[in-house]
Unconditional design. Sequence first.
Length: 259
Amino acid sequence: MDLGISGKRALVCASSKGLGKGCAMALAEAGVDLVVNARGAEALEATAQEIRTKHGVDVVSVAADVTTPEGQARLIEAAAGVDILVNNAGGPPPSMWHEWQREDFIKALDANMLAPIALITALMPGMIDRGWGRVVNITSQTVRAPIAELGLSGAARTGLTGYVAGTARQVAATGVTMNNLLPGLHATDRSISLDQNMARERGITNEEARALRAGSIPAKRFGTSEEFGATCAFLCSKYAGFIIGQNLLLDGGGVNLTM
């Protein structure tokens, strides 16, 4: 299926592995040139070269921490004029409410709310001027169905959700769409850390914890970065211009909601 975005240019944050890499790969397959980002330069450049080899698109790699003002400035400079922005950043490690201090909330907000807003604020005006653009924010199923030990992440991402809900509707008439993708359990490094946390709490092996978590999903499996990336690419396509300010769950049916 031709998504109608060949020749466009995208910034995909935290894209050396996991869901971010899945998004970058799917956009590259659709013919989109990329600015990819992660903190680790070696892994990032390996991913960039893999994308170049597989899909023949132009890929610029920027090793930077998107959660810091310095990292954001480097990304904004490298991504000037992009048509597509995919915001992504890992959340805080699992913990419980009685452990959280003010500085923990500030770190979570910087990573999972304020960093994506900074990139949107810097890059979306150019999209508006050109009359076309796509912003996709990777958030979490926890903004719809909170998970106690992921409360820091859920609180910050819920703040971003509120920002997107209002802003997306303000810019919709300009040809720019903004939506959120809410992953549930996927086969990523983040999932491994959650397996380990459950294993410690329950005194079981990591493999047993993984099987328990997979068994709790109606689909009886974890999601893949490939199917997640394909969904992201569709939201960035020419066919998604009437999808505005939505929160799309990719969770195998794990969140039991009617709407």
